[in-house]
Design a protein around this ligand. Structure first.
Ligand code: 7TS
Length: 408
């Protein structure tokens, strides 16, 4: 993408013009959440100004308009991730709820002697729900190991599949700490070869690369709207029809039923079986608008722009004496984790903030990675489509200054 094209994109994000103290904001905490373009902000206002009404239950005009707008957004999500049918798209609060929905369903069908597989680089939201499912069902949890560089051991994965009764695998596409892009296509094929289902945590992949769930052939795919320019509180669970139909629903309530008597309830067809209660209507509609925004730029263009920035950031940060980079897999996306030898990551983050540079520090909700690396945390810069080489230069300059302040 040209500088002019990026500038045009930046103009859609007024918050990027903000000053932090006397410094321009350099926003590099996109792995936590992205900023929102005007079209998304306007969509929320527009919804409340013009069509606010509950969905799927009214005969009146506004209810029909809001239902149509929400179902139109569902179609956009379906097209965006190349799902076969709209009824495979469940609106949730985000990746965490999407994973909990499947883990909760699984907790009712797993038993003693069954195995759940996750990887060594999972976010807590792809660890804890499975621990809870194992606790409830008596199943065991096995973990795919990784190398110090942040590459999963696929041979060890196949051994786990071969030697255990694995019912479900749940792995991240892209690590939010190490940036590793995992070979999920191969991992999906292997899971299926050994008769297991597989869920892909797409929280850190969906904003950065084209996604095709049909080509991947994953059974479930989870992601969050707020990491891809949509509001917080909206996300997606994709599932194959036969898988979603086979699992018991996650929550009970209005909208998810077919018929209710005190003796027995029958469930609504997909996707409503998994959407109990009044949904985040304006969030779903705004997610549809965020998808329009992404499609207009093009996921291939976003992917190559961010790859260029990642390469530039890696080479520039490497120039700094004492720089330690965590995650050096050949395929990386989005996240760049580092420390300076002798400095605590929280101090680095605070001093960068004093210079207008927003990054995240700590364990990034992935404590097992920190334990494995033997560190308390990292500083992490993470990218979005509106970032520029200038942002990276500011990060590098501020890191050098912080280093001088901390270590002399
Ligand atoms: N999975 C991965 C890989 C993530 O990076 C995150 C959030 C989640 C799941 C949970 O997403 P949520 O939207 O349901 O909260 N990751 C981060 C992060 O890296 N910094 O803040 C949140």
């Amino acid at each position: 993408m040209t500088d002019i094209e990026i500038q045009k994109i930046r103009e859609q994000f007024p918050i990027l013009e903000k000053k932090i103290g006397r410094y321009p904001l350099t926003y590099l905490d996109n792995g936590a959440t992205t900023q929102k373009p005007l079209c998304v902000i306007d969509a929320i206002r527009d919804y409340y100004l013009n069509i606010n009404s509950n969905v799927h239950r009214g005969v009146h005009t506004l209810s029909q308009l809001s239902t149509d707008a929400m179902e139109n957004a569902r179609q956009k999500v379906c097209d965006f991730i190349h799902a076969r049918e709209k009824s495979s798209i469940i609106f949730t609060r985000g990746t965490t709820e999407s994973i909990n929905a499947i883990a909760s369903g699984y907790s009712q069908i797993l038993g003693i002697g069954d195995t759940v597989v996750i990887s060594a680089m999972e976010h807590h939201s792809n660890i804890v729900p499975w621990q809870m499912a194992c606790e409830r069902s008596g199943a065991s949890l096995r973990v795919i190991p990784m190398s110090y560089e942040g590459v999963l051991d696929i041979d060890a994965y196949e051994d786990i599949l071969k030697n255990n009764r694995v019912k479900i695998v749940s792995v991240t596409y892209v690590s939010n700490v190490l940036g590793t892009v995992n070979p999920v296509s191969q991992m999906i094929d292997l899971a299926h070869k050994y008769g297991a289902e597989i869920l892909i945590d797409g929280a850190q992949s969906t904003p950065h690369m084209p996604i095709d769930v049909e080509a991947l052939d994953c059974d479930y795919y989870a992601f969050s709207g707020h990491k891809m320019y949509a509001p917080t509180g909206i996300g997606v669970l994709y599932g194959k029809r036969k898988s979603l139909e086979a699992l018991p629903p996650y929550q009970g309530g209005g909208d998810m039923i077919d018929h209710v008597t005190f003796e027995k309830t029958t469930y609504a067809p997909l996707p409503f079986k998994y959407e109990a209660g009044t949904p985040n209507i304006e969030g779903a509609i705004a997610l549809g608008v965020a998808i329009d925004f992404l499609m207009e730029i093009g996921m291939e263009a976003i992917c190559s722009h961010e790859k260029e920035l990642m390469d530039y950031m890696t080479s520039r940060m490497k120039e700094i004496d004492g720089m330690v980079i965590y995650g050096t897999a050949p395929q990386k996306s989005g996240a760049f984790s580092f420390t300076l030898s002798g400095a605590h990551p929280t101090d680095i983050g605070t001093l960068l903030d004093n210079q207008g540079v927003a990054i995240r520090t700590g364990h990034h909700c992935a404590e097992p990675i920190m334990d494995y690396l033997g560190i308390p945390g990292t500083a992490r810069a993470s990218l979005a489509v509106y970032n520029t080489r200038e942002d990276i230069d500011r990060l590098v300059d501020a890191t050098i200054k912080s280093k001088m302040m901390l270590l002399g």
